[in-house]
Design a protein around this ligand. Sequence first.
Ligand SMILES: Cc1cc2nc3c(=O)[nH]c(=O)nc-3n(C[C@H](O)[C@H](O)[C@H](O)COP(=O)(O)OP(=O)(O)OC[C@H]3O[C@@H](n4cnc5c(N)ncnc54)[C@H](O)[C@@H]3O)c2cc1C
Length: 502
Amino acid sequence: MTVRFVTAADDLRPAYDLVIVGAGPAGMAAATEASRTGARVAVLDENPRPGGQIYREITRNQPGARQYLGADYWKGKALGNAFAESNADYAARATVWSIEPADEPRDGERHRVGVTIAGAARMIEAAAVILATGAQERPMPVPGWTLPGVLTAGAAQIALKSSGVVPAAPIVLAGCGPLLYLLASQLIDAGARDMTLLDTSRPVLRWESLRRLPGFLFSPYLRKGLGLLLRTRRRIRVVTGVRSLEILGEDRAEGVRFATARGTSTINASTVLLHQGVIPAINLASAAGCPLAWNAAQRAFQPVTDAEGRTPKRGVLIAGDSAGIGGAQAAEIAGRIVAVAALSDRGLVARDVSAALINRLQRQRQRYFRGRGFLDALYAPRHIFLAPPDAQTIVCRCEEITAGKLREAISLGPPGPNQLKTFVRCGMGPCQGRLCAATVTEIMAAERGTSPADIGTYRLRAPVKPVRLAELAGLPHAPRALKAVTGRDPVDHHLNETELPS
Ligand SMILES: Cc1cc2nc3c(=O)[nH]c(=O)nc-3n(C[C@H](O)[C@H](O)[C@H](O)COP(=O)(O)OP(=O)(O)OC[C@H]3O[C@@H](n4cnc5c(N)ncnc54)[C@H](O)[C@@H]3O)c2cc1C
């Protein structure tokens, strides 16, 4: 068995038992597991190669060349190889922009998946869909964050994993979370010099994190996390307790002014890398109509799922970090669990077999949830970096909406973020709110003196990613749709291609 590489939209089959969106640890594991059952599986991912965030370019990178990416990264080789040996149809550079119920479901729920490959769009059908769309970095709006030379830590890591690029020095990493220290360590090993890390985490000696410490002490994160922290502090300057940040510069980043309990300082910077944790990438789930719920510990919205990834939308399941942040190992196991659940619901895996397998996998996954609570509490962002107080700070980068403008509009009384959109167009740009939704909710909650859970977040509609009109116009339409427009029964052969195989 080997994976079938699909490079053109027309090479996709009209229908699959399972369509998986995302080829990160969760998506690759789900496809590998599902392939064992003989199901027709498609994996659609917008990146040029499988791997997702953590294992980006794992199928192309060779340990000799990029050892600095670290042991955890190279663990992805085995998963990448197993995926390559699956019988899935795999489409790289494939952007999924909609998931909707099929027009004429023949047996039980069916879904239509809107995908674009190489500039051509297609709607394919699926009996079940697994969204393994991963996480995104939480926005960190500080004054000057839109200046050239400022990017997220994740973006710098993508450049390092994909092309071995080390940013221009002096480099300032600012924010909180394990990824910031991981990147610092990877950059040092890749030869970066003149780096400073400004850690905005709150003191560890807080009840919130201390009461979760025991779980962390017996978790797989203790040795790895402490090792990373100590190694980084031994090799670069780390400033802790950073309470505010401002990026200085006229037409590009030139320095950072920051404050701690010890006073205010300024340091030079050609590159500023911001990061304050990751949150589930929920846009596709939201547009597919999956209900969202507030996860107070991770301070983010996530789709509502059962323990096996099922959402209230029958046949739509969610695996990995897009269902809630758990990390790469938990994502991989979740991918297996969710694939077995999806296929067992379709009768493609016997109930008793799936139950036994899922129980075993759930026990394995528990191990990676231990210690998560402590990390979430330790790295919970300071409120100043969630809801920027400075009125001039841009929150919605697509529409250049500032925090001040948002507060002004909020004072006019829109009930929630969706109505606020109509007031100031925040969240209506090409990113469809990915970069501002979390901040808009936090600002609105603070202004209203209530919790983000009560405020809610944007409700997305398809397309969740930009689609060109030509792509929509080029979509082969079902006879029913054409008749609806022309009033005549179409007889063209091309239309039969969308018909499901008997
Ligand atoms: C920028 C970034 C860097 C990270 N680096 C690390 C790291 O070095 N080490 C670590 O332990 N953890 C890292 N993480 C955490 C990471 O979320 C998990 O470790 C792990 O990758 C989660 O696996 P996943 O399969 O759930 O999602 P991911 O690995 O994120 O995979 C999701 C895949 O879905 C694709 N996708 C999303 N939406 C669509 C769509 N609409 N159409 C098509 N494809 C889509 C994405 O491009 C991606 O390839 C990182 C997270 C981020 C955001």
